[in-house]
Design a binder for this molecule. Sequence first.
Ligand code: KIV
Length: 275
Amino acid sequence: MKKKITVPEIMATKNSDKKVSMVACYDFMSATLVNLSKVDMILVGDSLGMNMLGMNGTVGVTVDDMIYHIKNVVKGAPETFVVGDMPFGAYNGNIDKAVENATRVFAEGGCDCVKMEGGMNTVPYIEAVVKAGIPVMGHIGLTPQTSAMMGGFKVQGKSNEAALHLLETAKAVEAAGAFLINLEGMPSGVAKKITETLKIPTMGIGAGPHCDSQDLVWPDIMGINDWVPKFAKKYADLRTVIVDALDTFADEVNTGAFPTPEYSYNTKVEGFDED
Ligand code: KIV
């Protein structure tokens, strides 16, 4: 049985041979499968807005939605470190609100840390939540919660000036007390420089091979959606496998091929003969 990795162990992976892996998943069933695997961490990400709730972004996801999904994942993955995502609006403009909502996500959800997405504006909230005793993972670069400001889900840090700003933001997130930082959607060279500069580990999604660790999203790894982003590797083609299984079930129901006696309770009941 695997042993849950801890915050100090995650921090100690910096400059070591160990690369931590994390999968974003959102429900009990997928969490039980991640728990059986070698994957170290689960992120209950607000990408559940798109992948579980059919939204076209993450902005509509609430703190209550997050807590509901985090609780179910935690039940399914007792040996896996679980990160609970702070959704859009959970701390906007108010330090007390940030601490209150992070406390709810951490304590009611039962996760092992929270993830706080955003650039320089988010730094004071990170600092307050860390001071409240909650471990924080930062998240900079392509930040889907502010995709409207970015003009869509766009790779960030593509000019020298923008890359320098990302580097300064990463340093500020570290100084605020984050123990780990997610780098999403940025050129590999920018993620490399950030990784070399920070003392805390970086985790990359769409940020190239130089990060200290890597994360991907369950539906992308499993090939469930009909589209995957350029950076995501499909490790399975479950969309085809699942639809084929459903088609076969429907065909067998239609032809009467299912259920055969082996799938039936065949106890003879007086007065209720089958033939
Ligand atoms: O919500 C999410 O799944 C995320 C990852 C893309 C890092 O934030």
